[in-house]
Unconditional design. Structure first.
Length: 147
């Protein structure tokens, strides 16, 4: 098997590679099987002389929302506070903070900033104003018209 991943995925982290497979590949479009591969130097069987290879494209192909983690600045601030409080040593794994994958708006940065500053009620009031009836679950927020 050969799995192509983007630069933001750590190839040594199996969880990250599997995440990339799950969210960035569509088997019908992103998998190719090549026949007639030599079996190489491994153990030989009497019946098989050829093998095949599966190529999987698990790269980022367009804009996606960021990871559901706070931005790096918030995670670093939290780590400083964590250490200041004398809590057990952290062992963060990649990714340990969110990062942009192209699909983000300045409004969402403002919302995150307000939440970090304790102004979460303003965010809640804003969300309440946007509430609408008869919207199916998982409807993209950008497709909802706000009157």
């Amino acid at each position: 098997f050969v799995i192509a991943i983007s630069d933001d995925i750590n190839p040594e982290n199996a969880d990250a590679v599997f995440w990339s497979l799950a969210y960035r590949s569509n088997p019908i479009e992103d998998v190719e099987i090549l026949a007639h591969r030599d079996r190489g130097h491994g153990p030989k069987s009497k019946t098989k002389t050829e093998d095949s290879t599966m190529l999987i494209d698990a790269t980022l192909k367009g804009e996606m929302p960021p990871l559901a983690l706070p931005k790096q600045q918030y995670m670093e601030d939290a780590r400083v506070l964590w250490d200041k409080l004398g809590l057990p040593s952290l062992k963060p794994e990649t990714p340990w903070h969110g990062y942009s994958m192209g699909d983000w708006s300045e409004d969402w940065d403002k919302i995150a900033k307000r939440a970090a500053e304790g102004d979460y009620l303003i965010n809640g009031l804003r969300s309440a104003q946007m509430k609408q009836k008869n919207i199916k679950p998982n409807t993209p927020v950008r497709s909802v018209k706000n009157d």
